[in-house]
Design a protein around this ligand. Sequence first.
Ligand code: XMP
Length: 333
Amino acid sequence: MGNNQRPEQMKRITTKELALAFIEEQVAQVRAQVGDKKVLLALSGGVDSSVVAALLLRAIGKQLVCVHVNHGLMRKGESEQVIEVFGKELDANLVYVDATDRFLDLLAGVSDPERKRKIIGAEFIKVFDEEAAKLHGISFLAQGTIYPDILESIKAKESGKPVKSHHNVGGLPEDMEMELVEPVKFLYKDEVRVVGEALGLPHAMVYRQPFPGPGLGVRCLGAITRDRLHALREADAILREEFDKAGLAGKVWQYFVAIPDIKSVGVRNGARYDAWPAIIRAVNTTDAMSATIEEIPYALLHRITERITSEVEGINRVLYDLTPKPVGTIEWE
Ligand code: XMP
């Protein structure tokens, strides 16, 4: 990985001009590092890996092989967007792997959050390894490491006490013998976004709210079932759509739905309707270490409740989580 200290003279990338200069410099650097060899990238569709993909496409085109693993825990439309933007519009060498069944079969009956995370992380590496083994002549592994990742891992090593095992899905398989390509490793998140826009990536992709590596897996609380996961994905899509329409997308740090494994009695079409509650959470923070609650206008909450309870099968109540961090963490698991 080489040097892990952001060069002191490096300017903050705050404008398109600075981003274009950075891109030009990185394109040259990547070409010099890689030559005519092939580079592999796990493309989740998150901001960091998307920006790295777009940057490497500019530098080395078809020498880049992107692998998108759909673990079945993505939000509605996310894998489709990766295929649309990278596979079609940018004409990247994209391998799409639908591993939904593998992940959900392994997770069946597992309710402990940390075990769920470990299973998802380990299986991700397994699937990615298997795909890498099918490809030939790959010499480099690209990663969307950013500067806070480096700083955090130094801190975690020093303290030895992370609250949750936040290993990102897509973490490096440690025994892979490939040289790393990490073109954004000295950038902060806001800089990565400026670079992403300068590269022409869609605004919604570049300003996407943070999404945990284990995805909806830690929001489908307790043991994941396909029907509850489906309800969660649909409810979450409604929440995002309504936040978007209300102009809140990009203004609120993180907003999502979690669904616990409990049912309550309700009534629908004159008959008893036992179903799950959808829990809405919308928080603001600068560093995710502490968070405050977004004051969602009541009319918006009302509309979201109406839509989720009438459009999503299996949900009969909507609850709004008013707990700041601390004492609640941002995610429920
Ligand atoms: P918590 O729940 O610890 O979350 O307050 C802080 C931030 O981290 C995200 N998060 C994760 N990200 N893998 C990730 O990549 C994980 O396992 C994970 N768990 C939580 C969370 O969404 C929030 O932005």
